[in-house]
Ligand binder design. Structure first.
Ligand code: ADP
Ligand code: ASP
Ligand code: MG
Length: 443
């Protein structure tokens, strides 16, 4: 079975939903569909939550009313039968009265998570109602029944596999009955270890698709979005980028983690472990080839460049590090104790520089580090990641990348941590120039 995930733009209007319905029934094979919220909805739900945090129920109600009017128009456009329209209107009435109920209550992150979950709940219900109206045997499986994270907020693959199988089993056809053609579930949303409604972070529907694909040992996981596959540079920043037709799992994971927004940062991992290929496809141009992500490795090629903003660079210098052992352990322990993960690392005989993107405990970290040396902090840094065959015997590529940046003030360079990545740390204001320079030299 194939898993097909459609992002916000792909289900962003009733017309698009109709096109998605055609795509998922095209092969005639049973498929498992994961949907995002219609584009803009999650942002509106976050805005509603912001108003409620600020104790401004009028602001929240205004956004709720606007959203409700939008969905009212969608119902008219999407369905032809009065019966399905009435059924969907009843469902939406309940949804919006649920959203309004929060304007009277104490507001915490628990309530916020329940609110932001409604985008995917609405899109999947509307889609399944449409498929049924079209005569397709479609079944909605509630992601909250099988998608769960553990105490470390990591997905729990054993639980997911077991509960998903049970949920699907519940729809096995009786004798003489048609089998289910399309299973549909919500991306992004889950329950946490305490059974509360939670989510897999913004953009997390890709992660849902990958976890479902791994749990089902799917034939392929398809991520349908608004562009023809992974491009060789960030199309939001650089002109003239082109699709990369094949990526190794590790290359794709690196690009996703370091800012290629087309994929959620951690979504490649479950697919890689299960050995399920991932295909990136374009809903706006379904016949375009897209990008296949699998175990193949094409030697001698630089594949793509990505950029991730929002990093802080911390440098600790100390003459005590000179010829001493155990210094780095003390430094890294401080990050561990503060539950802050490090992305880039560079060391010299008298100092070490690291980058972090979670600054919640920055003050505590700096204060502890000062016991071991002089600490310097640079904010607003961007990591630029060049991905491809960067094994040491693939001569010249690291030189080319460095040569491209000859006019850019580079703060850190990291090479050799893996055989498919070289990373540069630069100031955010140099991002566009850096990405352009790399495109020019590498592609
Ligand atoms: P969806 O809502 O379908 O999940 P996203 O907006 O999350 O879609 O991801 C698709 C977007 O990712 C594209 O429109 C594009 O602007 C952006 N993007 C950033 N880097 C890349 C890249 N290297 N290749 C392709 N798209 C990229
Ligand atoms: N709807 C969520 C978001 O906008 C999840 C997703 O689309 O992947 O972030
Ligand atoms: Mg996305």
């Amino acid at each position: 079975m194939k898993v097909m995930k459609f992002g916000g733009t792909s289900v962003g209007t009733p017309q698009r939903m109709k096109e998605v319905a055609q795509l998922v029934t095209k092969s005639g094979e049973p498929v498992f569909v994961v949907l995002s919220a219609m584009s803009g909805t999650t942002n509106s739900l976050v805005e509603i939550s912001d108003y409620l945090y600020k104790k401004n129920p009028d602001g929240a109600n205004e956004v709720i009313n606007m959203l409700e009017r939008k969905y009212e128009r969608h119902v008219q456009e999407l369905y032809t039968s009065e019966e399905t329209q009435a059924q969907t209107r009843d469902f939406l009435r309940e949804e919006f009265s649920y959203l309004r109920s929060f304007t009277k209550e104490l507001f915490t992150s628990f309530e916020e998570k329940s609110i932001v979950a409604q985008g995917e709940i609405i899109s999947t219900n509307m889609f399944v109602n449409y498929m049924k109206e079209q005569g397709t045997k479609a079944v909605l499986l509630n992601a909250l029944d099988f998608m769960r994270t553990d105490k470390n907020a990591e997905p729990d693959p054993v639980y997911i596999k077991e509960k998903l199988a049970a949920a699907m089993q519940g729809h096995s056809p009786e004798q003489g009955e048609e089998p289910v053609q399309v299973f549909v579930t919500q991306g992004f949303i889950c329950r946490n270890a305490y059974g509360e409604i939670d989510n897999l972070q913004r953009g997390g529907s890709d992660y849902t698709a990958s976890l479902v694909g791994a749990a089902l040992n799917a034939e392929e996981i398809q991520i349908w979005t608004d562009i023809d596959g992974m491009h060789n540079n960030d199309p939001r920043v650089v002109e003239g980028t082109v699709p990369v037709r094949q990526l190794n799992f590790d290359e794709a994971a690196e690009l996703a983690y370091f800012g290629a927004k087309i994929l959620h940062p951690t979504c490649i991992q479950p697919a890689k472990f299960a050995g399920v290929p991932v295909r990136l496809l374009n809903t706006m141009d379904p016949s375009a080839p897209g990008t296949i992500i699998n175990n193949d490795f094409i030697p001698g090629k630089i594949k793509a460049v990505a950029a991730r903003d929002g990093n802080v660079c911390i440098q600790i210098t100390s003459s005590r590090m000179l010829l001493a052992y155990g210094f780095l352990r003390k430094v890294f322990e401080i990050f561990e104790q503060n539950k802050t993960s490090i992305d880039m690392i560079c060391t010299s005989e008298v100092g070490v520089s690291v980058t972090i993107d979670n600054t919640t405990r920055l003050e505590e970290i700096i204060s502890e580090l000062k016991k071991y040396g002089t600490v310097q902090v640079d904010n607003d840094m961007t990591i630029i990641c060049v991905v491809g065959d960067l094994r040491q015997n693939n001569l010249g590529f690291e030189t080319l990348a460095c040569e491209a940046l000859k006019n850019i003030p580079v703060r850190m360079i990291s090479y050799g941590g893996s055989s498919h990545n070289i990373s540069f740390l630069i100031h955010k204001e140099d991002k566009q120039a850096t990405l352009q320079a790399l495109s020019k030299v590498l592609f």
